[in-house]
Design a protein around this ligand. Structure first.
Ligand code: PGA
Ligand code: ZN
Length: 421
């Protein structure tokens, strides 16, 4: 039974305010959860409520969202059974009464939703992944490690936002994590040797200035090999173009502004992707086109959907309404899943289920602005989705999730499953 709910304004990994919620149950259980925040956000994401008061944090304060938790949500939830997750989430959605959670803020609502789930799990002495996923939850996701950053996550000359190393040939999660962490370290040495920057972007991947986007892939392949792994067999590559961030106002027209490669149409980007998939061991491509380019997505999926996983992020924003449209039109064959794009645990579970029931994959994801909260790690195991992305082998807010997965693997004591597909 929920006794108290309190929210506090804390700072995320970019030093921007975010919401942390504390839940206390009558049996003495205490749990807290912190909400992440994106940079390359989709237009249709649930609304992250910011104060807009320029005298504090450049307008990014979240005191209003915290007050909404303390003054509006808490009084309604105190006295309820914390294990009634769906009912509690629905109550908050009704209290907000907007389509996009703009009244109370998705940051306020999600903070409560996650903290309630954690409290309920703890009160039953259950791990969160078992509480949410049941006793059969034992598949540890393949860690798609974002080791080279570009786009809006870095200040360099690379357009594609994320270059991920995917240890799909490893025998277990802990081994896979080692494969890609070693690759990350080798990549650093290669960059150093060439006089390229080894500073990191928002998600902890390196952010060097390169001559082209393709050079990033070449460097990563070299790092994989020099680490003693076989590209495509031990470690493959995944990309997130986050193409909305270089889309022009004309749907289907893009401007690769960071590299200076210039304007490209959807068809040009698809052709480029076909060439790359032929040439490189790419297994997954997220947001190859912008959020409004549904037609481009359909074409892309027709061209490459048999060969690789095509993931919609900004296109679907973890919203069953858009995922359903994607399934009907064949706009992708997987959806990215981010809790704060939709704003409650229950709706996120619904989005994952919709994917899986339709033969799609669900790719669990952190945000570029994070905290050391490890909810995502447990949630990914609970959903059994097979893969997640939570940044590089640097920055503790990223490692916190990988380390939690190591703990879960260890706790499963030989019963953990690990496979790509
Ligand atoms: P974001 O980036 O958290 O800045 O939106 C992550 C992504 O695009 O997948
Ligand atoms: Zn993305």
């Amino acid at each position: 039974i929920i006794e108290q709910i309190r929210a506090l304004e804390v700072l995320d990994s970019r030093g921007n305010p975010t919401v942390r919620v504390f839940v206390t149950l009558e049996d003495g259980t205490k749990a807290s959860a912190s909400v992440p925040s994106g940079a390359s956000t989709g237009e249709h994401e649930a609304v992250e409520l910011r104060d807009g008061d320029a005298s504090r944090y450049g307008g990014k304060g979240v005191r209003k969202a915290c007050a909404n938790v303390n003054d509006i949500i808490a009084p309604e939830l105190v006295g309820l059974d914390a294990s009634e997750q769906a009912m509690i989430d629905r109550l908050m959605i009704e209290l907000d009464a907007t389509d996009n959670k703009s009244r109370l803020g998705a940051n306020a609502i999600l903070g409560v939703s996650m903290a309630v789930a954690k409290a309920a799990a703890q009160s039953r002495c259950d791990d969160l992944y078992r509480y949410v996923g049941g006793s059969e939850a034992r598949r540890i996701p393949v860690p798609c490690m974002n080791i080279l950053n570009g786009g809006e996550h870095a200040d360099n000359s690379v357009d594609i936002q994320e270059f991920m190393a995917v240890p799909l040939g490893a025998p277990a999660f802990s081994e896979g994590l080692r494969y890609v962490a070693e690759t990350f370290h080798t990549l650093k040495k290669i960059l150093e040797k060439r006089g390229l920057a080894t500073s990191v972007g928002d998600e902890g991947g390196f952010a060097p200035d390169l001559g082209s986007n393709e050079e990033a892939i070449e460097l990563i392949l070299e790092a994989i090999e020099k680490s003693g792994y076989e590209p495509g067999v031990d470690i493959a590559i995944a990309l997130d173009s986050a193409a909305t961030s270089f889309a022009t106002d004309t749907i289907g027209l893009y401007d690769l502004k960071w590299s200076g490669a210039g304007r490209m149409r959807s068809d040009d980007l698809i052709e480029m992707a076909e060439r790359w998939v032929e040439k490189y061991p790419i297994v997954l491509w997220e947001d190859p086109l912008g959020e409004e380019d549904w037609e481009g997505f359909v074409k892309f999926t027709k061209a490459l959907g048999e060969k690789i996983e095509v993931v919609g992020d900004d296109l679907f924003v973890t919203n069953t309404k858009f995922i359903r449209r994607g399934i009907e039109t064949g706009a992708a064959n997987a959806s990215l899943i981010k809790l704060n794009q939709i704003g409650t645990v229950t709706e996120t579970v619904d989005a994952v289920r919709l994917c899986i029931e339709n033969g799609w994959r669900a790719f669990l994801s952190h945000r570029s602005g994070e905290t050391c909260d490890t909810f995502l790690a447990d949630f990914a195991v609970a959903m059994g989705s097979g893969h997640l992305k939570t940044g590089s082998a640097s920055r503790s807010e990223r490692l916190a999730k990988y380390n939690r997965l190591l703990e879960i693997e260890d706790a499963l004591d030989g019963n953990a499953l690990y496979y790509w597909k």
